[in-house]
Design a protein around this ligand. Structure first.
Ligand code: HEC
Length: 204
């Protein structure tokens, strides 16, 4: 009796171990929401390749960790028909989540369609790609704290710092066109400050 039950016990323990391992793997593969720290290149696959676009700082993405140092990311937003390569947060709301190259359009899926107040057609799109996992953080406040520091040092040299709520999200980009030259911001700094001001802007 004893001799026959022992192998069975080992099999049961083995199965139990396998189940625990599987749960662990599934838990690791589960998606989580992460935020881009800076202007981050988006790639079409997990290996090296040409970027198919850029993800803007503070953009939330659904991420499932991969082993190669690149994480698969999915994001959704809205693009105006005819200007399909720029993905915004909402219909008529000009906060850029990501920009795609023409090739990048193959990595987007249209989920839904809507019209804005002016009769323009907008597509609700989902974009899927890969990016370096080091470019993302789980806490968006890390991004906004860095942005606020940069904003307060670079945008208060000539005048008092403006409140982010002095303008709406759609007004800020026009102002920044001149001011980013005034402050001699590089593209990374400009993207960070733009996103910060628009995300914390006055409600439309
Ligand atoms: C080199 C000096 C200088 C720097 C640096 C500078 N500004 Fe200005 N800013 C000005 C001047 C001059 C004006 C007023 C004239 C104008 O609107 O161009 C102004 C006006 C503004 C206004 C008011 C616009 C309006 O329509 O009422 C805002 C907002 C502003 N700046 C934001 C910023 C931001 C954000 C930064 C940092 C990216 C910045 N500024 C950096 C010189 C500067």
């Amino acid at each position: 009796m004893k001799d026959r039950s022992r192998p069975r016990l080992i099999v049961v323990m083995g199965l139990g171990f396998a189940v625990l391992l599987a749960i662990g793997v599934i838990a690791q593969a589960a998606t989580q929401t992460l935020f881009a720290r800076e202007l981050t290149p988006l790639f079409g696959d997990a290996q090296d390749g040409t970027a198919i676009g850029n993800v803007t700082p503070g953009t939330p993405v659904q991420s499932a960790e991969t082993s190669s140092g690149r994480t698969s990311i999915t994001m959704d937003g809205w693009a105006q028909q005819g200007g399909d390569t720029v993905i915004y947060t909402a219909v008529g709301q000009r906060i850029v989540l990501a920009t795609l190259t023409q090739a990048g359009l193959a990595h987007r899926q249209i989920l839904d369609t809507a019209r804005d107040a002016y009769g323009n057609t907008w597509n609700h799109v989902q974009v899927t790609g890969f990016a370096d996992s080091g470019e993302f953080v789980p806490d968006v406040n890390v991004v906004w704290t860095a942005a606020h520091q940069l904003y307060s040092t670079r945008c208060s040299a000539c005048h008092a710092l403006h409140a982010t709520t002095d303008f709406t999200a759609n007004q800020w980009p026009g102002i920044l066109q001149t001011m980013e030259k005034n402050a001699a911001l590089d593209p990374q700094q400009s993207a960070l400050i733009t996103q910060y001001l628009q995300t914390h802007a006055r409600a439309p």
